[in-house]
Design a protein around this ligand. Structure first.
Ligand code: ADP
Ligand code: GLC
Length: 488
């Protein structure tokens, strides 16, 4: 696993959870794997074990000297290796900082990291059947494998690129291309070139032996112009090698029966603990501790992908009418776009039933999942989405847009029969977010027996990683046979 994120070491979103949980599940299923991560400044060296002498990594300029550290993925025997290189990773942030949200030298940083993955295998004298890369930061690994490393000890190694989010492609100027240490022959319309720029994800998609993405619906959606983010043509071209595999939920971290970060535990058979979590959540956010009011929660990166304009856009979003006209409470935990952070604070100052915490807190995220009655997730697009699966698991019914993994995991409420596990809408407009929230609130007050049954049904859904891990096993096998038939 060549990855820029893996919990608990480095996380900016669901990618980190997905990679670690997948790794644990693969290991449990008998695969022998290793995880390779950069040693960011935020990962304390004190918790890691130095691993061997300095390691030379070939680069565009010649070579760079790096060092390695080692640890183990908690809850598994999987070794985790960290690439230490002060000039690349000895700074705040994974991809950028407050001052520079996307580091200009990211192509050089992640090129070094991806090349180092092969140097690490040589150091370990361990040559995997498959290199699995994740999103644009490690999309160069399949390219290096096919163009620079295949042959020699990597003759039998295939590559799989997992697409967790097509909205982030790692696009940089053409002048950055020489940092990758690859010949200009690969800078063309079927490779790196993208409107005269360097597109890392695009090259990875073109070069990987097989492609995965994180839900069956998203696998179809990204082959359309609407959600293909400019790469739908290439993805249609690679359609036969692309599989959608729904992520699971890691029960080590996200199970209301055992969750270490919530004040009371509960199960579908006994929901008393959920009521206690709701009280604790209301108290934590300074809301009246009223069990009768529906409590809507949200935990999110504040990015356009998440429907934040429709919810919180000044003078446009529907959060104000929702809070003013509906008898409910609304709590949000999030960080991201500056305008949205400012708007959340301003809404919280104006609306007595709206509270927001800006920033990143694992503990608050768990408390919201456990304590809320409904979970707001009006995503513009959603490759898989882990939060709605956590919500279902915690009996917190999602209010969500029918897209990507949301469509694959939530069944819409049927007010005639009481069936369903959440409240879905199709068009992303402030109006439909407002109406669908109103529908959920209506059910809360008028069909409490439906809400109770939906909750139990949602909690009983099986989102274990065993099935996805088996599907990844088949995808890896497919990549290996594909690699055998491909010429460099
Ligand atoms: P994405 O990866 O697109 O952000 P997912 O739903 O797949 O969406 O995963 C989001 C993950 O990040 C979840 O584990 C969620 O709890 C976490 N998360 C997002 N924002 C925050 C935040 N501000 N504080 C704590 N956790 C957060
Ligand atoms: C990305 C996607 C999200 C998905 C996660 C893990 O961050 O935005 O939908 O759940 O990756 O695969």
């Amino acid at each position: 696993m060549v990855t820029s994120e893996a919990t608990p070491f480095a996380k900016s979103g669901g990618l980190a959870d997905a990679v670690s949980a997948l790794s644990r599940a693969l290991s449990k299923a008998g695969h022998d794997l290793r995880i390779f991560l950069p040693r960011y400044y935020s990962i304390d060296r004190a918790g890691l074990e130095p691993f061997g002498p300095p390691m030379a990594v070939p680069t565009a300029q010649g070579e760079e000297w790096t060092s390695l550290y080692r640890s183990v993925l908690p809850g598994s025997p999987v070794p985790v290796y960290f690439l230490d290189h002060e000039a690349s990773f000895g700074r705040e942030g994974i991809y950028g900082s407050k001052a520079e949200p996307d580091y200009a030298d990211n192509p050089r940083r992640f090129a070094l990291f991806c090349r180092a993955a092969f140097a690490l295998c040589r150091r370990l004298d361990w040559y995997p059947d498959v290199v699995n890369a994740h999103d644009w930061p490690s999309a160069l690994a399949p390219v290096y494998l096919r163009r620079l490393e295949r042959g020699g000890p990597f003759a039998g190694t295939a590559s799989v690129l997992s697409i967790h989010n097509l909205g982030y492609q790692g696009i940089y100027g053409k002048d950055r291309y020489p940092d990758l240490g690859l010949p200009w022959e690969l800078f063309h319309g079927a490779g790196f070139e993208y409107y005269e720029k360097t597109n890392l994800l695009k090259a990875g998609i073109a070069e990987a032996d097989a492609l995965g993405t994180v839900s069956p619906t998203y696998a179809r959606e990204i082959q359309t112009p609407e959600l293909g983010a400019g790469l739908d043509g290439l993805l249609r071209h690679r359609s036969a090698d692309l599989v959608g595999i729904l992520n699971g939920v890691d029960l080590e971290d996200w199970d209301p029966r055992t969750d270490r970060l919530i004040p009371a535990h509960y199960s579908p058979e006994d929901l008393a603990g959920k009521a206690a979590c709701k009280r604790a959540l209301q108290r934590a956010f300074g809301l009246p501790e009223d069990p009768g009011l529906p409590l809507v929660g949200m935990v999110s990166r504040l990015a356009d992908q998440k429907g934040i304009a429709e919810l919180f856009g000044p003078a446009y979003g529907c959060a104000v009418p929702i809070c003013e006209r509906m008898a409910l409470q609304f709590v949000v935990q999030g960080s991201g776009e500056k305008w949205c952070e400012a708007e959340l604070s301003s809404l919280a100052a104006r609306l007595p039933n709206f509270k927001a915490r800006i920033g990143y807190s694992e503990e608050t995220a768990h408390l919201i999942e456990a304590g809320a009655d409904f979970f707001m997730m009006p995503s513009r697009y959603e490759p898989c989405g882990l939060n709605q699966m956590y919500s279902l698991r915690y009996g917190t019914l999602p209010i969500a847009r029918r897209t990507g993994g949301l469509a694959d995991t939530i069944e819409n409420y049927d007010q005639e029969t009481g069936a369903g596990t959440g409240f879905l809408f199709d068009d992303l407009t402030p109006r439909s977010v407002y109406d669908t929230t109103g529908w959920a609130v209506w059910a809360w007050y008028n069909k409490p027996e439906h809400v109770a049954a939906m909750r139990r049904r949602a909690m009983a859904r099986d989102f274990s990683w065993d099935r996805p891990a088996a599907e990844y096993g088949r995808l890896f096998a497919r990549a290996v046979s594909r690699a055998g038939g491909r010429t460099a």
